[in-house]
Design a protein around this ligand. Sequence first.
Ligand code: SF4
Length: 474
Amino acid sequence: MSSTKGQAERGYVLLINPRYRRNPCSSAMRHALTPALALPTIAAATPQSYRVRLHDENLAWGEPPLVPIPEVVGITVHTAFAPRAYELARRYRALGSRVVLGGLHATALPEEARCHADVVVAGEGASVWPQVLAGLRAGRLGPAAVVQGSFRSPPYESCPWPRRDLLPRGAFVTRASIVATRGCTQRCGLCYLATRGLRMPYQKRPVADVLAEIDATGERFVVFTDNNLMADPGYGLALCRALGPRGLLWTAAATIEVARHPQLVREMAAAGCQGVFIGLETLSDATLRSRLDPHLLFNTLNLIAELCRDDPAEAERCVVRLSGLLRAALDRAEQPLVALGHELDLCADYLDLCRARFGSRLEVHIDRDEGADSARVPPLAVQALCENAVRHGIERRPQGGTVRLHSRVLADEVEIRVLSPGPFRGERPGGLGLDLTRRRLALAFRGTAHLDVGTTDEGDGTQARLRLPRRGEP
Ligand code: SF4
């Protein structure tokens, strides 16, 4: 293929979705079901004085056109096809086009992407696209500039609708891929929303605007491509009630938490919902058991790096504590229940590391009844309560305070209390941490273990109270 430098056509913008190797397990219909909206959204943000063309290599459209030579080429980059994106960038730069790279991979690794581009856009591209085009034409941007887009400005509801008119009508089962909400109320570490540098807040569009966009597509089958359409059940309900009278068919992604709202599920079905895509992080209880706050690991390693210089003895103590903690987490991952005494030892190590990290902001008081040590508990269940206490009672309060861990025997039960400073603000709706611990207790003890969280008896702090059978078996 020729790559001779030539005269670029002023005002011509080519937007490319590069091809990537198809997973043999995924459907051949994957790209043809409904269009991805990233590039049509960038097209919508392009000033009218430019001529825009879209090219998706995954839709059997072949190689993107080299003639006429575009003034600007925008390429979306995901990790799966980053090498192809960089190859295309090289090709168009050699022709004389200015190349802008954006997308998740470019957001996470702008330093890598800028080696292949005139401009890298990190974060939301549409919010800065007109400025990028103007900056390139005026010679104000580059070489290898990094521009940060914002998900807050302009407000989500004022963003223009994606330009579906640039998509060939026959190429998709439906062109009505719609986004009603952006981001998610959860913060799962495994999710693409956790991509470094993405910073996408949860936002909802007015229901009337969503319906107007659907109407404008003229389609009867709608695919909501939101990360979690029912993240706010109240919004989901309002959307369903507005969709119902239109007689549409639609699908969406949600979490399994949606099943906690039977009324919502009924209204989804009545409003034409044909299916809900639900992702499961893991089916393995061992994996759920072994979760240990990854931030603790990173923060402790940073702390150790600092202490190596200022206080080598304390650094050594932290290394020993941390390795013990990690070893215990790994050793116990396969066990459904462990002795409470071992769990409390691990919590003491955990809180000790936190104390080293927070310094005078954190005091720890542990009051153990050794008679309770032989009770059995799901591994890391009490540690998760300590983690919550530190996160909500210390990390978010500049003045810090004391975290207390108490165990005692009560007739046929043992009681473990974790107390932290700061008012109890209620459990976060849909929060996974306490929920996960409760589910693990229910699995292990079939209703004979209980976890409640609320205000301390003194009314000045937050208390998590765990009651377990003393004999440790259901
Ligand atoms: S619930 Fe789903 S969409 Fe939301 S953060 Fe978790 S994985 Fe991502």
